[in-house]
Design a protein around this ligand. Structure first.
Ligand code: WTA
Length: 632
């Protein structure tokens, strides 16, 4: 187990030590884990090569630390507490002992299909315990998991399977989300039918009593193959720097990239941050509402909590089913102590009225977390008053898929909180603001680009199959630093407020979408000539997707709009559907042919008064046209 900071002085001294001697600091924390063989050196790094290696030559297995290590003291304690979509269906409580057994059985099944250390396995599943069991089973034998959020389309799934060259895909038959019943395997079949030559088998978990189409050469039922396996499977000896998982995420250019995390550093950092940011104590019930298809679910539903021997709640459904009191009903029903969600969910539930939380007793809540996007002041105050009764501190946690774990966050009851501020960096995090020339800004009360100037254990290792891309995207903008892509403000006391992306990434309901990705999808429609996508302020989603489109013959009808929206849903998934389509006659372009997105963002936001310098456009006359057609 890692250490737990208990008061402000301890935070200050931990932070100081972590900066003065990062290697000694992390060496101390890493000692709390089981290593099959000790590491010979704590850190090797060279940001110019996008290289960070932690706990060099150490041998371990993250599942040994998540499971086996806890059996003696907490074998019968609930590890995963599963709340089903239907409130009256039975809850599942899986103890540490049972979880270890099931992970071993699944791991043995994977072996029986020929999956070996280093092979990639794709997961496309709803929020059922088998998803957590499956990824842990991969980690058990050293196979690399890559979870694809089950809201992505067949096309998006196909692209990720092929990029990862996965051998196996694991899915469910159906997905229950609120009143919806979604055919998951059908999407997998479609993806595989588009051509995924690396896939040998498809392991199907049964989540319903409906029938599914079956491919006898390829498909295998989970309940046939997994449950008959032996309950022992020795944890593979993994090098600290062996790959643990790939998680695809959107960037400002090109296709989504596979962010790679490795075993040792990710283990130490997610465990440390979980313990400190949520101040988890034995017997607490912790709930993170994210989907395991995103990094938050990986680090703070599965790995961080299990490494700490916590009880982690996993919820199959959605916040508004059967009614908008569901989250609060679950908090009351299971006596949740730490609750971690996204601002989008808070805003959506806030809009449903105070009477929903008022029906439940939420006094057990000790810590409230927020993640994924900036939390606006109104949502912060509502969360604080109606959910936290002004006593449970809000930890506004800033981090990214690439960072593996939380980098900036208050520590509850240890450092203070300030609405909309992620506040202070955690120990080990050397967060700096730089100006556009890359010079570090030392003063306070400034805005700048957020960079980190020293590695932490769970920093991105590479982008799968393309290390150059990793170098270019994160380590080239400002040599010697990791560039986050975010802009931030620092207040007079050094607290940090992350304002949002400064690149062409839109954050829709806490989900990252690349504008280029959405444009590519829109352009698949045969009647689209050109498109430009930007984010615009959206009351619930934080940012919405605004698409400027030049159509063939300047068609503007609603049918075409609907067709374009469906094209995007097919290419990427429903989460990428544009909220607003604006048919235009032209797009503002500079002499070098670049679209002036700054202008498009202003017009989309209805902010017509400060458009800035448009004299560099080759078609300045288009500006009036855009404004006029935006207004009508
Ligand atoms: C944004 C999610 C403000 C930010 C863990 C970042 C935030 C991107 C916060 C990463 C926060 C995340 N305040 N903005 N507390 N947390 N973001 O990779 O723009 O899905 O770069 O990781 O979300 O999104 P990702």
């Amino acid at each position: 187990m890692t250490s737990q900071i208990k008061n402000y002085d301890e935070y200050v001294s931990a932070y100081k030590k972590s900066i003065e001697d990062p290697e000694a600091f992390w060496d101390q924390e890493a000692k709390g884990f089981t290593w099959f063989e000790a590491y010979s050196k704590v850190l090797n790094w060279d940001f110019n090569q996008a290289k960070s290696e932690w706990f060099i030559n150490g041998k371990t297995n993250i599942t040994y630390n998540c499971l086996d290590r806890h059996i003696k003291d907490r074998g019968d304690q609930t590890a995963i507490l599963w709340e089903p979509n239907e409130p009256n269906d039975p809850v599942r409580k899986i103890s540490y002992k049972q979880l270890l057994d099931e992970v071993c059985q699944c791991a043995n099944a994977l072996k029986s299909f020929g999956i070996k250390k280093g092979d990639r396995v794709i997961f496309y599943m709803p929020m059922v315990p088998e998803l957590a069991i499956g990824i842990l089973a991969c980690a058990r034998i050293g196979a690399v998991h890559s979870v694809v959020f089950a809201g992505f389309s067949a096309q998006a799934l196909h692209d990720r399977i092929n990029d990862a060259q996965a051998k196996l895909v694991v899915c469910s038959d159906y997905n229950k989300r609120g009143a919806k019943f979604i055919p998951v395997k059908k999407v997998v079949d479609e993806a595989l039918n588009m051509g995924c030559p690396s896939i040998e088998k498809c392991l199907v978990h049964r989540n319903s009593s409906e029938t599914v189409r079956w491919n006898w050469d390829r498909d295998i039922w989970w309940h046939h193959e997994v449950h008959k396996q032996n309950k022992t499977c020795i944890a593979e000896r993994m090098d600290s720097e062996d790959m643990l998982f790939i998680l695809y995420t959107s960037g400002s250019t090109g296709k989504p990239k596979g962010v790679v995390h490795t075993c040792g550093g990710y283990m130490v950092y997610t465990a440390y941050t979980f313990r400190n940011v949520f101040q988890y104590e034995d017997r607490d019930i912790y709930w993170c509402t994210a989907d395991i298809g995103w990094i938050t679910g990986h680090s703070y539903i599965v790995y961080g909590p299990l490494l700490n021997g916590a009880t982690t709640l996993m919820f199959e459904g959605v916040p508004t089913f059967p009614d908008p009191g569901r989250f609060w009903a679950i908090c009351e029903k299971h006596n949740v102590n730490q609750f971690y969600t996204a601002p989008t969910a808070i805003r959506a539930l806030m809009a449903k009225g105070n009477e929903w939380p008022a029906q439940y007793d939420l006094s057990q809540l000790k810590v409230l977390g927020s993640v994924g996007e900036p939390i606006n002041e109104e949502a912060w105050h509502w969360y604080n008053e109606h959910i936290g009764y002004q006593t449970a501190p809000i930890v506004d946690t800033w981090w990214q898929t690439e960072t593996g774990g939380i980098l900036i966050s208050p520590l509850p009851n240890i450092t203070d909180t300030k609405p909309t501020y992620a506040s202070y960096p955690l120990p080990g995090i050397q967060a700096v603001l730089v100006n556009h020339e890359g010079q570090e800004i030392i003063e306070n009360e400034v805005e700048g680009l957020l960079c980190i100037k020293h590695p932490w254990p769970s920093i991105i290792r590479t982008t799968y199959g393309d290390h150059e891309r990793c170098k270019n995207v994160y380590f080239s903008a400002f040599p010697g630093m990791y560039f986050t892509g975010d802009g931030a403000r620092r207040d007079k006391d050094g607290r940090i407020r992350v304002i949002g992306r400064v690149d062409d990434v839109i954050n829709v309901s806490g989900h990252r979408m690349g504008t280029a990705e959405v444009e590519n999808a829109i352009n698949q429609h045969p009647k689209v000539i050109e498109s430009a996508v930007v984010g615009f302020p959206h009351e619930i989603k934080g940012e919405g997707i605004y698409a400027y489109i030049i159509s063939q013959n300047h068609l503007t009808d609603d049918n075409l709009k609907q067709e374009i929206i469906q094209t995007v849903a097919k290419e990427i998934g429903p989460i990428a559907k544009p909220d607003h389509i604006h048919f235009v006659e032209g797009l503002p372009k500079t002499r070098s042919g670049k679209i002036m997105r700054r202008l498009l963002r202003k017009i989309a936001a209805g902010d017509f008064d400060s458009l800035g310098d448009v004299s560099t456009l080759i078609n300045p006359e288009i500006v009036d046209n855009l404004i006029h057609s935006r207004k009508v």
